[in-house]
Design a protein around this ligand. Structure first.
Ligand code: GLU
Length: 476
């Protein structure tokens, strides 16, 4: 029987959950879910100065919003420091680690000398074999790994392939600082081991750490998990990802009106591919995702592609789901408060009726909110300047007549109002557009909107007639 797959996402809570972290989490989640395994969450809060509660909150919220569920209790790394110390002591007792009493000045000097001589190894191993009785009494030592001096450290990376380091270039790394705090390198190895992690999937900025961590695993006689280091995400021009390019927190994607399913689909394609398929349901992603199909070159972030995908997911969402997402995004929309104040069973029902027309046009939920504005607008409607220009004395007069024609339409459906407007246009030898456009302006305040007869049907007869009357400058 092969051991169950266990992956983990191990963010440092020093900032929001950014898009690169979200992709790492997604890859870990998909890999585990596709194989009946588990994905664990470990908050690496050992940097006490930079780790914050709000950042932890943002990470947990971001994962939840994305629909990435982890298994079991969240592990907090700092709380495990006693266990990390215990392992460092264990290595010390086994002769696989040693106490180092080099002072800060000595270390600086070693570093400078190594640099001057072009050596990769910065620490000269001066306490490696020294008798501890020579230790200065007043000084608290660090504990360093007695790393192999010769040979190679090799990682068979699932993404990067075989990566080889010459041990002569690798320092005896610090496991425990002189204040007794474990280093990141030790903590990660001990936690991954204790959590039963079988697969480490993370950004390739950690590749060099993999070599150091492998040395710790070897010293402890523990199996090294399978390693996959995924290329980082770059901006569209190949440069480092900046805010402008999308290096934003997941909460910013939410605030900009992206659907979690669209973001997931976008993220899975950042570095991973399956033929030329672009659209993946979550189930499909889970079934198809695999490590060898991750590319070795940096993925490029492309906002236009994300928008298009989001438009696709908006169009293919059912109306009820979208109506819920609509209300969810109101907190982030400039018109949100005004709309919230008007949410009633009636306007909610209208919104649902309008949804098929609204969702055809929107690439984000914010656009959806914006184009639904006519449902919630106060009379007399504020007109966009371009729209106002369409209302001349002639068109206003036409709207007055049209109002009378529409007053008699029975039943009040898109089909019946369309027939009435067409007849109205034919009688005056006008093109449909010559009526439909002023009508649109009067009902929505804009020159673009969902299908105008759907708009009529959704807002209902009396509101339509009143909006027409406002613009025709007639009293109802
Ligand atoms: N805490 C590290 C980070 O946020 C990740 C460590 C790991 O995945 O091993 O970059």
């Amino acid at each position: 029987m092969t051991a169950p797959i266990v992956t983990r996402f191990a963010p440092s809570p020093t900032g929001f959950l950014h898009i690169g972290g979200a992709r790492t989490a997604l890859f870990n989640w998909l890999y585990a879910r596709g194989r009946g395994g588990k994905m664990l969450l470990r908050i690496e809060d050992t940097d006490r100065e930079r780790s914050t509660e709000p950042a932890i909150g943002a990470i947990l919220d971001g994962l939840k919003w994305l629909g990435i569920e982890w298994d079991g209790e969240t592990v907090y790394q700092f709380a495990r420091a006693p266990r990390h110390r215990e392992v460092a002591e264990q290595l010390l007792a086994a002769g696989k680690a040693y106490r180092c009493y080099a002072t800060a000045e000595e270390l600086t000097q070693m570093r400078e000398q190594a640099r001057a001589e072009g050596r990769a190894k910065l620490y000269d191993g001066r306490w490696r074999d020294r008798d501890p009785s020579e230790a200065p009494a007043s000084m608290k030592p660090t504990i360093r790994l007695k790393a192999p001096l010769t040979g190679e450290t090799v990682i068979e990376d699932q993404v990067q392939g075989r990566v080889v380091w010459q041990n002569e270039n690798l320092d005896d790394l610090v496991l425990l600082r002189s204040d007794g705090n474990p280093t990141y390198m030790l903590a990660v190895v001990v936690d991954d081991h204790d959590m039963g992690v079988t697969h480490v999937i993370r950004g390739d900025d950690h590749l060099i750490n993999a070599a150091r961590q492998k040395q710790i695993y070897d010293a402890l006689g523990w199996d090294t998990p399978s390693m996959s280091h995924i290329p980082l995400i770059h901006g569209p021009d190949g440069s480092k990802l900046s805010k402008r390019h999308g290096a934003l927190g997941v909460d910013a994607y939410r605030a900009r009106g992206y659907l979690p399913a669209a973001v997931r689909n976008y993220l899975v394609r950042l570095g991973w591919s399956h033929g030329d398929q672009e659209i993946f349901s979550t189930q499909e992603m889970i079934e198809l995702f695999d490590l060898p199909a991750i590319g070795r070159s940096a993925a490029r972030f492309d906002f236009a592609k994300l928008e298009n995908l989001n438009g696709h997911y908006i169009r293919s969402s059912d109306d009820e789901t979208l109506a819920a997402a609509f209300e969810d995004v109101l907190d982030y929309s400039p018109a949100g408060d005004a709309i919230k104040a008007k949410l009633t069973p009636t306007t909610r029902a209208q919104l649902l009726l309008a949804m098929p027309g609204l969702k055809e046009r929107a690439k984000t939920l914010l656009e959806l909110v914006d184009s639904a504005g006519y449902l919630f607008a106060d009379r007399p409607l504020a007109l966009e300047p371009k729209a106002a220009a369409i209302l001349t004395p002639e068109t206003r007069q036409l709207l007055g007549r049209l109002k009378e024609a529409l007053a008699a339409v029975e039943p009040w459906t898109a089909e019946a109002t369309e027939a009435a407007v067409r007849t109205f246009a034919e009688q005056r030898e006008l093109k449909l557009g010559a009526i439909a456009q002023p009508l649109r302006v009067a009902l929505t305040g804009r020159t673009t909107s969902p299908g105008i007869f759907d708009v009529l049907a959704v807002i209902g007869r009396s509101e339509c007639l009143e909006r027409l009357a406002d613009q025709a400058q007639l009293k109802v």
